[in-house]
Design a protein around this ligand. Structure first.
Ligand code: F6P
Length: 365
């Protein structure tokens, strides 16, 4: 048991994600009720740590947060303190300002920093750990692409929303005998498309991990027509690309450490398919940030609570420089050194792709 811990701080970084507030709540409650720690939360991720901008977190502040999407601490996916944009002599320059953050932690008497984030945010957490800061990570992302954990919180809410969207597209696709495409998020990992595609009964699932042949999609549409189904539902991941083509970039956010924002493959595919399937219309729906907003699903409320409590337990056990994770159904932890650089992708010959294929779903490969 770590006796010398009195005060802990939290921050949420990167894109927001359902379950962030549930983690903040679980950490705060568990830390206060079981160990009597004082808890503060930095606002806007690492930017708040740099500006020493924080709020006190107590039982009243976190009351009612288990279901609420977003983050009461706000977030930023632009503020890497190891490569931070500052004004110097009238010029904008990039600088390592991480020492300012370390000083701020000392000044406030913060003993441990809990960082809730995905790849980018946890990379900085690892780097702060290398500088001697006591850090614990909590794995967040709707994309489910972080290494060392079977699941990140937020993913289950995202696939519930994408599955509901596919259910809704089914009825309208059937009424008009249309080909309906749903573009979902996930960056370079196809987990959202794969799992929502299976649960939402898509006929074609297009993933970043399996470049597609458009003629195979047409074959599936024709096969369905021969079987009397005049509509087809396709789910495509934003990071997907044709066998002979490239990913579609929606936007470059130049001041972000990870500047590429994917998006647009759904509409490209719709336009390409309409040239090949002459007798029916093709429409695309881009689900976008709806996948991250609103209420947190039951599975994520529980997972976030497990992760939040586990993060406080790791503090008590003195296991700093690590991230809580889920292995099978067991909450565990791994070193941040192992987590970073080991992002996951869908295994094209894994169980879920196999069962999807065995139930007639095409991956257009
Ligand atoms: O990583 C989460 C995620 O929602 C991705 O699925 C998506 O590509 C990206 O973030 C979108 O980022 P932004 O919120 O900056 O548009």
């Amino acid at each position: 048991m770590t006796k010398d811990i009195k005060k802990i701080a939290l921050l949420t970084g990167g894109g927001d994600c359902p379950g962030l507030n549930a983690v903040i709540r679980a950490v705060t409650k568990s830390a206060i009720l079981n160990y009597g720690y004082e808890v503060i939360g930095y606002k806007f991720g690492y930017r708040g740590l740099y500006n020493n901008d924080f709020i006190k977190l107590d039982l009243a502040t976190v009351s009612g947060l288990v279901s609420k999407g977003g983050t009461i601490l706000y977030s930023s996916n632009k503020d890497n303190l190891f490569d931070y944009t500052v004004e110097e002599d009238g010029k904008t320059v990039k600088k390592d300002v991480s020492d300012v953050a370390v000083e701020n932690l000392k000044k406030e008497g913060v003993d441990v920093l809990i960082v809730i984030g995905g790849d980018g945010t946890l990379t900085s957490a690892r780097d702060f750990s290398r500088k001697g800061v006591k850090v614990i990570g909590v794995p967040k992302t709707i994309d489910n692409d972080l290494g060392s954990t079977d699941i990140t919180f937020g993913f289950n809410t995202a696939i519930d929303i994408a599955t509901e969207a596919l259910d809704r597209l089914h009825t309208t696709a059937e009424s008009h005998h249309r080909i309906m495409i749903l573009e979902v998020m996930g960056r370079n990992a196809g987990f959202i498309a794969l799992e929502s595609g299976i649960a939402g009964s898509a006929s074609v699932i297009i993933l970043p991990e399996i470049p597609y042949d458009i003629n195979k999609i047409v074959q599936k549409i024709e096969e369905r027509k021969r079987n009397g189904y005049l509509f087809t539902i396709i789910v495509v991941s934003e990071g997907a690309k044709p066998k002979d083509g490239e990913v579609v970039v929606a936007k470059i956010v130049s001041d972000s450490p990870d500047p590429i924002r994917l998006g647009g493959i759904g509409n490209k595919l719709a336009a390409d398919l309409e040239k090949l399937v002459k007798d029916r219309e093709v429409r695309c729906t881009v689900l976008g940030h709806l996948q991250r907003g609103g209420t947190t699903c039951t599975v994520d409320r529980i997972l976030s609570t497990r992760y939040g409590v586990a993060a406080v337990e790791l503090i008590n056990e003195g296991k700093f420089g690590s991230m809580v994770c889920l292995k099978g159904n067991e909450v565990s932890y791994d070193s941040l050194e192992n987590v970073i650089g080991n992002n996951k992708q869908v295994d094209p010959s894994g169980e879920l792709v196999t069962i999807a294929k065995k139930t007639g779903i095409s991956f257009a490969d």
